[in-house]
Design a protein around this ligand. Structure first.
Ligand code: FAD
Length: 368
C-alpha cells in the first residue's frame, strides 16, 4: 500500500515511523524542513497530565484573560467559527470525554514506551525522566487546578530556587531539536520526502503548488493547524521556542507561572518557550518580552536560535484522529501536548489506516 502523509511535524514523522515499521511505502510532503514547526516546543513530556490541554473550562478562560492583561498573550485574530464551537464545547459530553481521556492515558503510556526505546537504543536527544517544577505565588490555586486534572498527576509542594513550587512527577524531557534530527536520520532512506506546499487534498489526490498531482491509496493529513483548511476546527495558538546560553546553572525543568515561561536545561543550552497567541502571524515583537522575562529568572542570557511553532488546538483540547472518507484521514490537535502524545496518536492512526480498528475515540463528528 502507498501512503501519502501531508505534514512532517512530530505527528507526521511518527506516523511515517510506524508505517515504515509495518513495511508500507511512504511519501511525506512538507513545505518546510520536517519538524521545523514542532521543534519550537520546549520538550516536556507530561505523561500523567492533561490540564495543559483543558482549554474549554471556565478556569482556563479566566487564566487566559489574566494572561491577556499581563501581556503574556495577545488577541490579534480569532477564528469565529472555532470560537463558537469552543463555547459550545464548554458543556462537556461526559460519555465522549471519559472515553477519550482513557484513550489519552493509553496514548501517553505508549508514547513513554516509544521514547524510552529510542533512548535505550541511543540517547542522543538527552531524554531524561525527572520532575517538572511549577513556581507560583499562589500555590494553593495551582494545587486546586492539578486536582481537577482527569489523569490524576502525582505532585508535591517543594522549595526550589528559593521559591515554593509544585513538583509534578511522571514527567520527562527531551531536546526537540536533537530528536527531530534523530528521527529524520532513522527515516532518511526509508521514506520518500517531497518538499512542496500542498494546496488541496481531494478524493485520492494531493495537489502541490508546482501543479503536480500525487495519488496514493491512503492520504493522511497531519499538517497541524493547516488541517483547518479542510474545514476541521483547529486554531494555531502560536508560541516561540528559544535555545539560549546563560551563566545561570539551571538544573531542573521549570514553569514560572508569573512569567509564563517554560525552561528545560540541556547539556549545551537551555530551551525556553512562551506565548499562546491564537493566530498564525509571524512576528518578532513578543520575543523582546520573552527575553526580558527570561532574564528576570536567569540573570544573563545569549540567544542561540529561535523557532516559531503553532499548537494545533481543537476546541476541546483533545486530538482528532479520524477517517474523512475511504482514502483521506486526519490526525491533528496535539495542542500544548503534541510531543507527549505524538508516538501514541500516530499508532492509533496507523491502526485505523490498516483497518485494525474501525474508529477511534477522537472523532471529528463530536464537533458537529
Ligand atoms: C512554543 C511551543 C512549546 C511547546 N511545548 C511542548 C512541550 O513541551 N511538550 C509537548 O508535548 N508539546 C509542546 N508543544 C506542542 C507541540 O509542539 C505541538 O502540539 C506539535 O508540534 C504539533 O505537531 P504537528 O505535527 O501536529 O503539527 P506541526 O508541528 O505544526 O507540523 C505541521 C507540519 O505540516 C507542515 N505543513 C503545514 N501545512 C502544509 C501544507 N499546506 N503543505 C505542506 N506542508 C504543510 C508544516 O510545515 C509543519 O512541518 C509546544 C508547542 C509550541 C508552539
Amino acid at each position: 500500500m502507498d501512503v501519502i502523509i501531508v505534514g512532517g511535524g512530530v505527528y507526521g514523522l511518527f506516523i511515517a515511523y510506524h508505517l515504515v515499521n509495518e513495511g508500507l511505502k511512504v511519501t511525506l510532503i512538507d513545505h518546510n524542513e520536517p519538524g521545523a514547526w514542532s521543534k519550537a516546543a520546549v520538550g516536556i513530556l507530561e505523561y500523567n497530565m492533561f490540564s495543559a490541554n483543558m482549554i474549554n473550562s471556565m478556569s482556563y478562560m479566566m487564566r487566559y484573560i489574566k494572561m491577556l492583561r499581563s501581556g503574556e498573550t495577545e488577541l490579534r485574530y480569532i477564528n469565529t467559527g472555532w470560537l463558537r464551537i469552543y463555547l459550545r464545547s464548554m458543556i462537556r459530553r461526559r460519555d465522549i470525554f471519559d472515553k477519550a481521556i482513557n484513550a489519552v492515558k493509553n496514548i501517553n503510556n505508549y508514547s513513554r514506551k516509544i521514547y524510552r526505546a529510542f533512548a535505550e537504543e541511543k540517547n542522543d536527544f538527552e531524554y531524561s525522566e525527572e520532575p517538572l517544577y511549577e513556581i507560583a505565588k499562589d500555590i494553593e490555586k495551582i494545587i486546586k487546578e492539578a486536582r481537577k486534572d482527569p489523569l490524576n498527576p502525582k505532585y508535591e509542594i517543594v522549595e526550589i530556587m528559593g521559591r515554593q513550587a509544585v513538583a509534578y512527577h511522571d514527567v520527562a524531557k527531551l531536546s526537540t531539536d536533537l530528536f527531530i534530527k534523530r528521527l529524520l536520520k532513522d527515516l532518511e532512506k526509508k521514506i520518500f520526502f517531497r518538499k512542496a506546499f500542498v494546496w488541496d487534498v481531494h478524493k485520492d489526490a494531493v495537489y502541490l503548488d508546482n501543479g503536480e498531482i500525487l495519488r496514493g491509496e491512503k492520504i493522511i493529513v497531519s499538517a497541524g493547524y493547516w488541517a483547518s483548511t479542510l474545514g476541521i476546527p483547529i486554531a494555531p495558538f502560536k508560541g516561540y521556542g528559544l535555545r539560549i546560553r546563560s551563566s545561570f546553572k539551571l538544573r531542573n525543568m521549570i514553569y514560572s507561572d508569573e512569567k509564563g515561561i517554560f525552561m528545560a536545561p540541556f547539556s549545551r543550552w537551555i530551551k525556553i518557550s512562551s506565548r499562546f497567541d491564537p493566530d498564525s502571524g509571524v512576528e518578532t515583537r513578543p520575543l523582546r518580552d520573552i527575553i526580558r522575562r527570561s532574564r528576570e529568572i536567569l540573570g544573563d542570557l545569549e540567544v542561540i536560535d529561535i523557532s516559531i511553532g503553532y499548537r494545533p488546538c481543537t476546541p476541546d483540547g483533545l486530538p482528532i484522529i479520524d477517517r474523512i472518507n475511504e482514502k483521506i484521514y486526519v490526525s491533528t490537535g496535539g495542542c500544548r501536548l503534541g510531543w507527549t502524545q505524538a508516538p501514541g496518536a500516530a499508532k492509533i492512526m496507523v491502526d485505523l489506516v490498516l483497518e485494525r480498528i474501525r474508529e477511534t475515540p477522537f472523532k471529528l463528528n463530536r464537533f458537529i
